[in-house]
Design a protein around this ligand. Structure first.
Ligand code: LMR
Length: 396
């Protein structure tokens, strides 16, 4: 039976990660996979995570199952982190927050749940969106359509075209939005545009479905939750897929959550039971370790303070690198071509160069980025920035 299969091409992002690891050149620069890196190119375990792990190890008395929802304490902490304490209390009866295996787990569970609600539902995703959104959501069997989002000419948003698309939607449509730090383009909705999305959803009855994978990496923990809080306060229904991979640096621990807001308490209770039944049928229950770390950190004032400091430092480093790249490109006479990098947020931006130029950077300069020219800004550093800018200018 297996011999009828055709081999799959390597994943665009993970394949590049492998190619980078295999490259023997010492001066190689990794702007590929979206993991945070410090000035030495390392992705360290956060101090607060290490401390929380030590405490958990000392205290842990069982490895018994946690159940499909994950740990109640973790879910409560994550709900407050996402929605803030006041709003969280206000919508608690209509809300369900459940631990998932990373943000990916939340996305897949959401897609399966949506199918149960409405087998002919359509999820509208931005053009472009994270490459893995399409298999994660589409392989569940939900129809995926694109809406206009990023303007490759201006490196800004095509918000009028996006609003026009959303204006044609209705109940049974879901709109996937990136809560902050858009992956791959780095261009986010501003507060006025979030307000317009809210009003369109209120008028048209579509359901926003927000992927919040970078809370704290854009402008701050509270600032980056602006969109989901506005929507949760103003709409009957909302789905949020959140990830602790980046803001807690828990990548391989696969730690995330799905938040489901329903129109009233009774519907919420049914929705929660359906969602947990979906979970049981896919992976039964989420891994516990990452969630326990998050709960420990968020529940302890001093660990939380330390975590926030490290998170702030990661964000400041990325935003500082954005300014540095623009300054160094400017010094090389780019005529403002790369000025947009400073206006964007999160790990990613498109350089706006073609696949041939991306290939030349990889082969001739050992600089790795996705073919679309998406760069992980955190892969740059004070030490490599001049070489990086020289190389980019040389292939233009
Ligand atoms: C990325 O976009 O590079 C990250 O989210 C990692 C991944 O799994 O693709």
């Amino acid at each position: 039976m297996f011999e009828s299969l055709e081999p799959m091409p390597p994943d665009a992002i993970l394949g590049l990660m492998e190619a980078f690891r295999a490259d023997p050149r010492d001066h190689k620069i990794d702007l590929g996979v979206g993991v945070y890196k410090d000035d030495r190119g390392e992705t360290p375990v956060l101090r607060a995570v290490k401390q929380a792990e030590e405490r958990l190890l000392a205290r842990e008395s069982t490895k018994s199952y946690v159940g499909p929802a994950g740990a109640e304490g973790t879910n409560a902490r994550l709900q407050s982190l996402l929605f803030g304490d006041a709003l969280s209390t206000r919508i608690d009866e209509r809300m369900g927050v459940f631990q998932t295996p990373g943000g990916c787990g939340a996305l897949r569970v959401a897609a399966e749940f949506v199918l149960r609600c409405k087998p002919d539902a359509v999820i509208h995703v931005p053009d472009p969106t994270w490459a893995n959104h399409v298999p994660l959501l589409g392989d569940a069997g939900v129809e995926i359509r694109e809406y206009p989002y990023f303007d490759r000419e201006t490196s800004g948003l095509r918000f009028d075209a996006m609003a026009e698309h959303l204006g044609g939607l209705g109940p049974g449509d879901l709109v996937l939005l990136h809560g902050c730090c858009h992956n791959p383009c780095g261009a986010d909705l501003d507060s006025g545009q979030w307000q317009s999305v809210l009003e369109l959803a209120q008028q048209r009855g579509f359901t926003p479905f927000v992927d919040l994978a970078y809370q704290g990496f854009g402008d701050g923990l509270e600032e980056d939750a602006f969109g989901i809080r506005l929507l949760a306060a103003g709409l009957p229904e909302l789905i949020v897929a959140s990830s602790c991979s980046k803001n807690f640096g828990l990548y391989r621990e696969r730690t995330g959550a799905i938040a489901l807001l329903s129109g009233d308490g009774r519907t919420a209770s049914t929705a929660r039971s359906q969602l947990l039944n979906v979970v049981r049928g896919i992976y039964s229950m989420p891994p516990s370790h990452g969630g326990a770390i998050v709960e420990e950190i968020l529940g302890d004032e001093s660990l939380r303070r330390d975590w926030k400091q490290e998170l702030d430092a990661m964000r400041d480093r990325i935003n500082g690198l954005r300014s540095l790249l623009v300054e160094r490109f400017d010094a090389r006479g780019d005529g403002g071509r790369f000025g947009f990098i400073e206006r964007q947020r999160g790990m990613f931006s498109f350089l706006g160069i073609d696949p041939g130029q991306v290939k030349a950077l990889r082969e001739e300069h050992a600089i790795y980025m996705i073919d679309s020219s998406r760069i992980n800004v955190a892969g740059a550093s004070r030490e490599n920035v001049d070489r990086l800018c020289d190389a980019v200018m040389s292939v233009l």
